[in-house]
Write a protein that binds this ligand. Sequence first.
Ligand SMILES: CC(C)(COP(=O)(O)OP(=O)(O)OC[C@H]1O[C@@H](n2cnc3c(N)ncnc32)[C@H](O)[C@@H]1OP(=O)(O)O)[C@@H](O)C(=O)NCCC(=O)NCCS
Length: 150
Amino acid sequence: MIRKARQDDVRFIHKLLAHYGGQGDLLARSLTDLYEFLRDFVIAEDDEGQAVGACALHLCWEDLCEIRSLAVLPERGGEGWGTKLVEACCSEAVTLGFNKIFALTYRPSFFARFDFKQVDKQLLPNKIWADCINCVKFPDCDEIAMLLEL
Ligand SMILES: CC(C)(COP(=O)(O)OP(=O)(O)OC[C@H]1O[C@@H](n2cnc3c(N)ncnc32)[C@H](O)[C@@H]1OP(=O)(O)O)[C@@H](O)C(=O)NCCC(=O)NCCS
């Protein structure tokens, strides 16, 4: 199932993002950051109650929100958890009245499965870049912007 993240998921999310961050697949996040933005996160949990993946929906601007920090345990890949996490975040975005969702990613083909289209990063509003200033890759971001318009 997919459920909202809780305080006791933070260590799991931190370790998961650190793993993929170390490989350069996504950006690792600090514990401070994760506690602060915990309400953005959903967790994929298997039938045994084990957390197997995480994903964040960050509300950015007017009708725009962002899918961030999508990751599934390497040994649990290919079981459909990534799909469920993205679908849950898109569903929450709709519930909250947002109709544009973007992701900055090195995996554009994964997001293309959900009808996200590649867009020029410069077309995203300036507000987005406020968060980027703290990123280790700023200002040489090589992630690809994918946008879903609902
Ligand atoms: C990307 C990721 C979340 C996918 O999770 P997952 O649970 O394996 O995804 P699913 O099982 O739902 O996969 C669905 C489909 O996407 C495909 N897929 C998986 N990873 C993919 C990738 N990196 N690029 C393109 N397609 C991918 C799978 O082959 C599968 O295809 P199929 O249904 O035809 O077999 C996972 O591979 C991961 O954690 N990667 C490292 C972190 C990362 O790159 N995050 C995304 C950047 S924000």
